[in-house]
Write a protein that binds this ligand. Structure first.
Ligand code: NAD
Length: 269
């Protein structure tokens, strides 16, 4: 049997980090060799497996990624934009592969990410679930088939701890619709509405944000036409679809030549 892929989870005490640690522990083809958290985090020094609730793993939470990097093949990162860019710089320096699931990058941060990620093997995707990535393949075709009589709206519903809005997933759904219509999302994206805004124009993609309770993540693409509407909804019941997708990407990316890849590449879509 091939040796396991050695993984570092950054942000290992976070919501995604804990599920990633548990799923690495369940996997026969992956091995946890490092777990990091931000400086000053109250759980530093604790065992990553104990924290994730999957049993003791003998991997303590540290705040210095460089210490764990020599043992690893790949970093799986769900942290914050600033932390992800810092981790990417270290991955480039140590020539390690990386999977980036963090969302909320500004255009400037995304440019930096793209510039650096190409010198290593890197997967970056704002949504790593199989369901959303399959949806991305079809929503533009549905918009094209329905034609100009159907208004396009996206509704993003998440838990009240989420920091960025709209979600990274809502943005890639909007981009897929805009591309299919031949529109520029910068000009046609309408982010929430308020006041006397007048009639809706045909050439716009509405992107609405709802934040409430502990909802893991729902996205609806709504095509509103004369006398009927179609709604395509993806609901994540828990964080495992994202974590499983990220770990599938980790196993895949270590075998790829340098370059920046997306989930469609990982899934062969
Ligand atoms: P979270 O706040 O629960 O976890 C993030 C963790 O990163 C925290 O524990 C934080 O302390 C840690 N962190 C911050 N800076 C760090 C640093 N310098 N080094 C190490 N750790 C650091 O958030 P979450 O819900 O787990 O989400 C994390 C990110 O992943 C968000 O951007 C979220 O939108 C994104 N996300 C993406 C997907 C996807 O499929 N791509 C799915 C879910 C969440």
């Amino acid at each position: 049997m091939a040796p396991p892929t050695k993984v570092i989870i950054t942000g290992a005490a976070g919501r995604m980090g804990k599920r990633l640690v548990s799923l690495v522990q369940e996997s026969k083809s992956l091995q946890l060799v490092g777990a990091t958290e931000r400086k000053g985090h109250p759980d530093l020094g604790k065992d990553a497996g104990d924290l994730a609730g999957c049993g003791h793993l003998d991997v303590s939470l540290i705040d210095d990624l460089a210490k764990a990097l020599p043992q690893a093949n790949v970093i799986v990162d769900f942290t914050s934009p600033a932390a992800s860019l810092n981790h990417l710089a270290q991955a480039v320096q140590h020539k390690r592969a990386m999977v980036i699931g963090t969302t909320g990058f500004s255009p400037d941060e995304m440019n930096q990410l793209q510039k650096h990620a190409e010198s290593i093997s890197c997967v970056q995707a704002p949504n790593m679930s199989v369901g959303i990535n399959v949806l991305l393949q079809i929503i533009g075709k549905v918009a094209q088939a329905l034609g100009d009589d159907y208004d396009l709206e996206i509704i993003d519903i998440h838990h009240n701890k989420k920091k960025d809005a709209p979600s990274g997933t809502a943005l890639i759904l909007a981009e897929a619709l805009a591309a299919a219509k031949g529109w520029d999302l910068q000009e046609t994206g309408v982010y929430s509405r308020h006041g006397i805004i007048g009639e809706r124009s045909q050439k716009e993609i509405g992107i609405q944000t709802v934040r409430a309770g502990d909802i893991v993540g729902d996205h609806t693409v709504l095509y509103g036409g004369p006398g009927e509407r179609i709604e395509i909804t993806h609901r994540a019941h828990n964080r495992d679809p994202f974590a499983r997708g990220a770990l599938r990407a980790a196993e895949w990316v270590v075998k790829q030549p340098p370059g920046l890849y997306g989930m469609a590449d990982v899934l062969g879509l």
